[in-house]
Design a protein around this ligand. Structure first.
Ligand code: ADP
Ligand code: MG
Length: 734
């Protein structure tokens, strides 16, 4: 049995880990985790021991070098061991701070140690205790002191101490991603004894032949070494194993879906050239070459007896809707219905308007179904009526939000499903939609088209979406005005404000994007620790512009003469809609918003996009924001407010307006996390970063193919199968 070192009196002993525990044991049953911490963990999606052990550190602090006190000097961080000679609390009167002062000594010398505002530490240590400490040293000579160090009590110090017995000092220390109210120290304190107890019960999830072939660490070793590595090389090897596994699972999931889909049969929808020609002739503009190509690829897919599974990918404003309309028209004229799903009510309604306009004169019956209203043509109807009309085939195109996937909605002959901004829907939802045709007993699967305004570099598309069929619209319609983009350093702020005022006075409107809703609370870790990284973070978190603050500032101080509105994700739906309606009706001149404004809303009169804290957004996202303006006839501007002198991402924004080009650049600059909506994928950073490693991705795909060819149902791999099922619920695979 190993001992848990460094427990304070309030912390319980490792001995309390009694009874049987395995990976699926809920965190509530871990003795050291009280209700407050249970809540915080759950916020992170950590519900079981498995989740906890797979919450990986994002970096390590190297405290493995233990030095004699006599060698300690200003700077650091340093790590050393010694005996407590004295400890006391001192109240500083001027600053009203509580100082805990300790004197620690080894054979070579003495050093003063100070902790700020942690008076309870006096109960943690006593004279004669033997400690390992790590931290930065301030001051010189007799004024030298160690400030807010990480600490660890060594119980049996008369025996020989191995670095590997230590948890918080004297070794490579795992630092976990910053989270409110949960320090890395606490996580180490929980994870280390858990790992010790459970390590041997962690079953291998990679097929053994693949693991050996790729020379990857066994899971038991890797889990241990990623949390408490002996060396950085071992940490790296562990990471490599998990990256491989994540990508392998992903490849497996994609391939399985593909195999499944290839077995399905779909309705054949023949191409009706006559109608399509007529449609194109009636358009007020000429289709771009990419639009024509994409439309043709889609129409060819619809003709096949296996379900289309295609992603139509094009920048904001590249004209995806017209292409979709061609597919819809073709399906409808062949006697099939279309379901068209959008992520929000506003967007569903916008599509409803656009599709109505485009298909005018083609005798197509279009319905809108949302949580709020149901429209048939221009008429409001009851939901029940809409559902009936869809079921008996009176409606050709049903456009809507999630309301479309409701149980009650059924189609008579559903031939085509279109989803705008696909990443907002899980594959489960999509599967549900797909089985709504033919009275819910479909033998035939409808064709599936998803649309995305997030340009994906080709390499990445291959990686993530496997062999997905992809239509790209790279070319923008002719005559689009360039959006003038400028990086605004702090000293040019006033100038930018003046310009904005003059634009508003000549009738334009302005978006202001801010990174966060509330001023961020500082995490426990950032305050408790004096590590240089923590301080750096402290400064950054503190200067994040918050929407509410910014709104107040603009309304009261900067533009008291103008009308300023606010929009953020925590507002009620009605409030949000009111904010948008006010903006649309020009009751507000300036709309301050979080990134909720990101997707697809059309405001032709908005000509200025001003982005606060632009350094905090990825290129792809910045480009999306910029796409909110430049939709009307006016010259548009994008102002990137930045605290930094030079940021390659912002520079790229100034130079390029091409979403695909920017996406490639983003991939190079910082990995694909931002491109694909990392949160939707739920991968840790290091996995996202390795997605650009095409060679590795190819390897994982080969491995997945190998396993599936031998064992398509994964009968030999129940663990893997279980994992994939879980995966399926979380992730979309187009
Ligand atoms: P998105 O790809 O962002 O969905 P839309 O389909 O909403 O883009 O198209 C944006 C605007 O461009 C619409 O007003 C549409 O009518 C117009 N448009 C589409 N294709 C062309 C084209 N080939 N030439 C000119 N304007 C076009
Ligand atoms: Mg669109």
């Amino acid at each position: 049995m190993e001992k848990m070192e460094g427990c304070g009196p309030s912390e319980c002993r490792f001995d309390s880990y009694r009874g049987h525990m395995n990976l699926s044991t809920p965190i509530e049953e871990i003795p050291r985790i009280g209700p407050a911490y249970q809540k915080r963990l759950k916020k992170l999606g950590i519900k079981t021991i498995r989740d906890l052990l797979f919450h990986f550190p994002h970096r390590y602090e190297d405290f493995s070098d233990i030095i004699p006190i006599s060698q300690v000097r200003e700077g650091g961080p340093f790590c050393f061991q010694g005996e407590v000679l004295d400890i006391k609390n001192i109240r500083t009167f001027r600053k009203r701070m509580m100082l805990t002062q300790m004197i620690i000594a080894d054979e070579t010398g003495k050093l003063k140690v100070m902790w700020f505002n942690q008076p309870y530490l006096i109960n943690t240590f006593k004279k004669g205790d033997f400690l390992c400490l790590a931290g930065k040293v301030n001051g010189k000579g007799s004024l030298m002191y160690l400030s807010n160090p990480a600490y660890e009590k060594i119980e049996n110090w008369k025996l020989k101490i191995e670095n590997s017995d230590l948890t918080h000092t004297g070794r490579l220390i795992p630092i976990y991603p910053e989270t409110e109210g949960m320090s890395s120290r606490w996580l180490r304190f929980i994870i280390k004894p858990l790992l010790t107890k459970i390590k041997d019960g962690i079953p291998e999830t990679l097929p053994e032949e693949i693991r050996k072939e790729q020379d990857l660490l066994p899971i038991k070793t890797a889990v241990w070494q990623i949390h408490f590595p002996d060396t950085l090389e071992k940490a790296e090897l562990s990471k490599k194993r998990f990256v491989f596994e994540e990508l392998f699972d992903l490849a497996l999931a994609i391939l399985r879906e593909k195999i499944k889909l290839a077995k399905e049969k779909a309705i054949v929808i023949p191409i009706n050239l006559e109608v399509i020609k007529k449609f194109i002739q009636k358009l007020p503009f000429k289709l771009t070459l990419d639009q024509k190509k994409s439309a043709w690829q889609i129409l060819k897919d619809l003709e096949k007896a296996r379900p289309m599974n295609r992603l139509l990918d094009g920048d904001v404003g590249s004209g995806k809707t017209v292409v979709a309309a061609i597919a819809v028209l073709n399906a409808v004229k062949a006697g099939f219905q279309t379901a068209f799903m959008a992520p929000t009510e506003i967007l569903a309604k916008q599509h409803f308007g656009t599709i109505n306009g485009l298909l005018k004169g083609f005798k197509v019956k279009i319905g809108l179904i949302t949580g709020k209203e149901n429209l048939f043509g221009s008429k409001k109807i009851k939901r029940k009526e809409m559902i009936d009309k869809t079921k008996n085939g009176e409606i050709d195109i049903l456009i809507g939000t999630h309301a479309l996937v409701q149980e009650k909605v059924e189609f008579k002959k559903l031939g085509l499903v279109i989803i705008d901004e696909q990443h907002r829907f899980g594959i489960e939802q999509r599967a549900r939609l797909c089985h709504k045709g033919y009275g819910g007993q479909a033998k035939l699967i409808p064709h599936f088209l998803s649309m995305s305004a997030t340009p994906i570099p080709r390499t990445l598309a291959l990686t993530i979406y496997g062999d997905l069929d992809l239509s790209l619209i790279k070319e923008m319609p002719k005559g689009r005005k360039k959006i003038i983009t400028r990086v605004i350093p702090p000293e040019k702020r006033q100038e930018a404000y003046d310009f904005i005022r003059s634009e508003v006075q000549s009738g334009r409107q302005v978006f202001v994007i801010c990174p966060r809703i509330e001023p961020n609370e500082l995490g426990e870790e950032a305050i408790a620790s004096s590590l240089p990284f923590a301080r750096l973070r402290l400064a950054r978190v503190a200067d994040v512009k918050a929407v509410k603050q910014e709104y107040e500032k603009l309304r009261k101080d900067v533009f008291p003469d103008l009308n300023v509105g606010m929009l953020h994700g925590k507002m009620k739906t009605e409030e949000k809609e009111k904010a948008l309606t006010d903006f649309r009706e020009r009751k507000t001149d300036i709309l301050v918003s979080t990134s909720v404004i990101e997707v697809g809303i059309d405001f032709p009169n908005a000509a200025i996009m001003m982005i606060e804290g632009s350094d905090k957004f990825g290129l792809a996202q910045l480009h999306q924001f910029r796409g909110r303006v430049g939709r009307g006839e006016h010259q548009s501007y994008c102002f990137l407010f930045s605290e930094f002198r030079s940021n390659p991402r912002l520079k790229a924004m100034v130079v390029s307006q091409d979403g695909f080009e920017l996406a490639e650049k983003d991939l190079k600059l910082r990995g694909p996390g931002d491109l694909t909506g990392q949160r939707q994928w739920g991968f840790p950073d290091f996995v996202m970063a390795s997605l650009k490693n095409i060679e590795l991705v190819e390897k994982t795909r080969e491995a997945a193919k190998k396993i599936l060819t031998k064992d398509p149902e994964l009968k030999k791999y129940p663990l893997l199968r279980g994992k994939l099922e879980e995966f399926r619920e979380k992730i979309h695979l187009e």
